[in-house]
Write a protein that binds this ligand. Structure first.
Ligand code: FBP
Length: 244
């Protein structure tokens, strides 16, 4: 994880929502442009930017470390969620990636497909000397509450057991319960996933403070930054909370 860390902490900018949610759901005239996001990543002093391979091919310019998401899905199919590999590790490395990201829907009826695929992704990433980061989102008919202490710590622990270098998980809502997830991760770096834009900057910053108090590494955030009226001001506020 070294390329993405500063003093053991990190702030990553995620931008794969065009695939995951669709442009009309998340984007406006400004943030629909990947060049705008690349600029925020640089000027906002993010420790890494997260793109799917197509976006990276056209818009990544090397100014911050790159994580390529190697699986993905759209929001269109219904039923148990599954996300399959769409980019090889070789291709991610050739685009300049220092890490790859892979989403596992823990608890999905199709979970075993993603666990097996992440196993291969993790091994190949490590063979090529780059980080394997697991987005672990409990989801599907078997999951009642995807932010409970028990399920979020289960997600964190899964990352350890599967050999992830870092996990990206949802916030439980308070620092005390999130610290159990951090402990459960057994030293694997823990990043909070941003989620939909919070009503106010302070609401979101409170969550980030809770993550840091709990021993988390930082956050991998998208909408709460690039949907903000002033993304760079928000990046400044986040940096103060994360790095002190
Ligand atoms: P956000 O900060 O915008 O939530 O981005 C984090 C992220 O993990 C993205 O990488 C991904 O596109 C999205 O969340 C997935 O969201 P969902 O919870 O709807 O699957």
């Amino acid at each position: 994880m070294a390329p993405f860390l500063k003093d053991g902490r990190s702030m990553l900018l995620a931008y794969d929502q065009g695939l995951e949610h669709g442009p009309s759901t998340d984007f406006n005239d400004r943030n629909v442009d990947p060049a705008f996001i690349m600029d925020i990543a640089v000027k906002g002093r993010f420790n890494g930017v997260i793109f799917q391979k197509g976006t990276a091919e056209r818009f990544y310019d090397g100014r911050v470390p790159l994580i390529v998401k190697v699986n993905g899905k759209t929001s269109l199919p219904k039923g148990e969620p599954v996300s399959r590999q769409v980019c090889s590790i070789k291709q991610a490395v050739s685009l300049g990636a220092k890490g790859v990201g892979y989403t596992i829907y823990l608890g999905s009826g199709l979970e075993s497909e993603m666990l097996a695929e992440f196993g291969r992704v993790q091994e190949e990433a490590h063979e090529r000397g780059i980080a394997a980061i697991a987005w672990i989102y409990p989801r599907g008919a078997a999951v009642q509450n995807d932010t409970s202490k028990d399920i979020v710590s289960y997600a964190a622990r899964t990352g350890l057991e599967l050999g992830a270098d870092a996990v990206k998980i949802k916030y439980t809502g308070d620092s005390a319960s999130f610290s159990w997830a951090v402990k459960s991760a057994g030293g694997v770096r823990v990043f909070m996933s941003g989620g939909p834009k919070a009503p106010t900057d302070d609401d979101f910053l409170k969550q980030v403070k809770g993550v840091i108090e709990a021993g988390g590494t930082g956050l991998a955030v998208g909408r709460n930054v690039w949907q903000n009226q002033d993304p760079l001001a928000m990046a400044d506020k986040l940096r103060k909370v994360i790095f002190g």
